[in-house]
Design a protein around this ligand. Sequence first.
Ligand code: UD1
Ligand code: CA
Length: 455
Amino acid sequence: MSGRVLAVVLAAGESTRMKSAKSKVLHTVGNLPMISHVIAALEKTGVTDVALVVGRDAGPVIAAAASGRLAVTAFEQKERLGTGHAVLAAREAIARGYDQIIVAYGDAPLIEPEPLSEALEKVRAGFDAAVIGFETEKPTGYGRLLVRDGELVAIREEKDATPEERRVTFCNSGLMAIDGVKALSLLGKITNNNAKGEYYLTDIIEVLRAEGGKAATVEAPADTVAGCNNRAELAELEAIWQRRRRHELMVSGVTMIAPETVFLSFDTTIARDVTIEPNVVFGPGVTVESGAVIHAFSHVEGAHIAGGANVGPFARLRPGANLRANAKVGNFVEIKKAEIGEGAKVSHLTYIGDATVGRDANIGAGTVTCNYDGFNKFDTVIGANAFIGSNTLLVAPVTIGEGALTATGSVITEDVPDHAAAFGRARQVNKEGYGAKIMARNKAIKEAGKAKGPR
Ligand code: UD1
Ligand code: CA
């Protein structure tokens, strides 16, 4: 493994079939733009620089590509004259001098580093190019890899193929490695003399062979090189990606009872001995530590869940939720930008936002931190071992002291000192005999209504 490697990533497509206001490569898989997946795979392959070939309105595409560690230079392809023409849009980058060039597509996000490394290896070993192919029962639309005596002799596009060539099921993924020293001269010899009148990158194979060079193939599993043309294919890529990521997590020690119902994000981090029940969705930015349990039907995003914590069923953790060890967040509870202390319990029907809950505090059912006045957000602080009675409204900013208690049904507008009890509700009044009176009155109203007939 050595040498400087430039990846030329093609993302100048019109994305017509996506029927979208934004570029295809910005659509996400596992909540990460496809282009970012491609760059991340290249990063693991020893690529040193990226030349990104973009079309119009390229700003967000460039930003998504540059989000990783690799240096990205963008080149605009002003007219779409084919894949060979697209690669040459990055002529200036290629001319800087590289040992190898990798060509990749921005709309094939599932690529894995291994076949890329293997293709680079072939070029280092003396092949002028190495093309990554895949076997498929449905080759229609793909370029066919024509192999003779172990060497790749040509890539034939569907429209230019003979009936016999069309029967070939070994297809071009679009990924290839090219000798970096020869690349510019080979690319320059590609013509547009074909059925589509385009400059086909794939013609580079016949060009290099005409000069006495040779090309190789590397096979990759079909589901790692799949591309995306429309939203149905995007959903297929998502399904493949989810399956792959769930498998990785399970093999690393995460229990999933019904893995096909668990949805992960590109950066979901789950430690061993975590149990995920069915129908759990992880948005971006979640870390779950060893021993935590996420019960069924929970939605978790931007959250940290420490060891031994218990979430759900039917819990919602929003960005900034931070559950300390052994904390419990139960059903129909929403937590936003709040720390739930070690061993603290928020068991039912509660909203905790912009808050800190101390260790071993107990938050009763129906508690709401009233954190928003329509314009501003305010904080609530609840001390360790505090007991918040059911249906307490905590009107922020407000602080509940350590070991303090709020009476059920309180509206708390003032700070509560440590170990105090706060009653923020009207005192109960019992009126003897008055219940029967009210009932008699209500019964009469109902009967009077009946006399008038149904409304
Ligand atoms: C291409 C390959 C085909 C391969 C298939 C795999 C060629 C000639 N054919 O066919 O052998 O089986 O991919 O999916 O290379 N692009 C540009 N600028 C252009 C043209 C294309 O940036 O002028 C980009 C597209 O956005 C896309 C990629 O290059 O990301 C491939 O182009 P596309 O037109 O989809 O090629 P295919 O006909 O699918
Ligand atoms: Ca395509």
